[in-house]
Ligand binder design. Structure first.
Ligand code: SF4
Length: 190
């Protein structure tokens, strides 16, 4: 066995440590191979659809609109960048070939679904809200033997979702009150 002097031992340690501390040489461009650095990545902010916490997500999409990455939104007031594993699978939900992307309508009494446009659905909802409000509106009511103005739309009810933020809820409440809705609730309370 070769004899190692104290001087050689110290020199060897110094050389090894210097090697560990030296920065690694940058990888040559060819070593990156087909890594898609040229691909466009669009980032957008959205809300996790899975539970009522409504955590904020930053999603990256490729040029086909497919989600390629999901991260917690550090600026979102609910999660401050944190996420649970379930939210990561939003990619599967979004990219699934089974995902419903159009409005499907089944008329009362029918057993058939028909595809409709979003414009048709929005107009239909507005039409039905107006019809129900007109039919069920109560302008006055007797309270303690006096007739008072109440302006209640008793045929309508509104239910907010727990993923709505404060601003969404504010606007939702404003709309409901303007319509005369008194049955106004929120998912988080029921
Ligand atoms: S990330 Fe988790 S906690 Fe947050 S909304 Fe999605 S499922 Fe709920």
């Amino acid at each position: 066995m070769a004899k190692l002097s104290r001087r050689h031992f110290l020199a060897l340690c110094a050389a090894t440590n210097a090697g560990l501390l030296l920065p690694a040489a940058p990888a040559p461009a060819e070593a990156l191979g087909d890594f898609p650095l040229h691909k466009k990545v669009g980032e957008a902010l959205t809300i996790c659809p899975y539970c009522s916490c409504g955590c904020g997500l930053v999603i990256a999409t490729d040029e086909h609109g497919h989600i390629t990455n999901t991260e917690g939104d550090p600026d979102h007031i609910t999660n401050r960048g944190a996420l649970d594993p379930k939210s990561i699978s939003v990619t599967q939900l979004s990219n699934s070939p089974l995902r419903l992307k159009n409005v499907m309508y089944r008329a009362a009494g029918s057993d058939q679904w028909e595809e409709q446009s979003w414009e048709w659905a929005t107009a239909e909802i507005a039409k039905r809200i107006k019809k129900t409000r007109d039919e069920s509106f109560v302008a006055t009511a007797e309270v303690k033997e006096k007739v008072v103005t109440v302006n209640r739309a008793e045929g309508l009810a509104c239910l907010g979702g727990a993923a709505n933020n404060s601003e969404d809820c504010y606007l939702f409440s404003k709309l409901a009150r303007a319509l005369g809705v008194v049955y106004l609730e929120h998912q988080a309370r029921i």
